[in-house]
Design a protein around this ligand. Structure first.
Ligand code: NDP
Length: 248
């Protein structure tokens, strides 16, 4: 049987849990060969084994996206293993919420390094390959927090607003090269993201907020990414904003 992404190659960052893991599964189901990047190698291995057991093709590429040479290698390894690269999903992210006055500046640095520098460096590394091919698709996972600021999220907002600006500037630079960009902006998704929040009050208030509604699941976001990357070449889905129905 033929699937929409047969023959395509996708590289997904933050593939070890949450939205990244669900995206890998959705794209593999559609026939894509996939490179899985994140720091937790054992999680990536388990996911790759599942995909291969289902007859798919998965490559584990342990990567810390804050390390520029790691990011370069991630792209090169994927390209060498599969001979092409069609879809890059920049999904790795951290959300270290805390009031700025109490903030550990290392947390601000980490958010910039993962959410922004990791995404920009991966895009920069992949671009020559996509341009050479004359097509390619870059999917950047931003957030509602890329459009709407809130207390305790100054650093996180700065990175996600940054992702939005970066993505639309990039779109205008490369659209004539056949390269598509999609910005994904989820509202509340039930994942491990909030487990790493350093400030106890900020963490509790997010947890209460998540419990107050029927949140999105990682699969809900994976379906949006699947939609964007399975459109015909002349259709560029620039932006998808998705909230749980109960999120204000
Ligand atoms: P998870 O915590 O489940 O996933 C985050 C992923 O990022 C993990 O796979 C983690 O892997 C990876 N990651 C973190 N740091 C690094 C690093 N230095 N190098 C490589 N990979 C890294 O959360 P989500 O699935 O929710 O998050 C995915 C994206 O979705 C993020 O960009 C987040 O900002 C965004 N988002 C999430 C929302 C939500 O409510 N959950 C809402 C809006 C946007 P590992 O630790 O193995 O390296």
């Amino acid at each position: 049987s033929s699937e929409a992404l047969d023959g395509s190659v996708a590289l997904v960052t933050g593939a070890s849990s949450g939205i990244g893991e669900a995206t890998v599964e959705a794209l593999a189901d559609e026939g894509a060969r996939i490179a899985l990047a994140a720091r937790r190698e054992s999680q990536l291995r388990e996911l790759a084994d599942r995909i291969e057991a289902d007859g798919g093709d998965a490559l584990v590429v342990p990567t810390d996206v804050t390390d520029e040479s790691d990011v370069q290698e991630m792209v090169e390894t994927t390209h060498e293993a599969f001979g092409r690269l069609d879809i890059l999903v920049n999904n790795a992210g951290v959300m270290l919420l805390e009031p700025l006055e109490d903030a550990d500046t290392n947390n601000l640095q980490q958010m910039v390094d993962v959410n922004l520098m990791g995404l920009m460096n991966a895009t920069h590394a992949a671009l020559p390959i996509l341009q050479e091919q004359g097509h390619g698709h870059i999917v950047n996972v931003s957030s509602v927090a890329g459009r709407q600021a809130s207390p305790n999220a100054s650093g996180y907002n700065a990175t996600k607003f940054g992702v939005n600006g970066f993505t639309d500037a990039l779109r205008q630079e490369v659209t004539q090269d056949g390269i598509r960009t999609t910005l994904i902006e989820p509202g509340v998704v039930d994942t491990e993201l909030q487990d790493h929040i350093p400030d106890e009050n900020a963490k509790e208030s997010i947890e209460d907020w998540v419990e107050s509604m029927d949140p999105l699941t990682s699969d809900d976001i994976a379906r949006a990414i699947h939609y964007a990357v399975t459109q015909p070449q002349h259709v560029s889905v620039n932006e998808i904003l998705i909230r749980p129905t109960q999120q204000q």
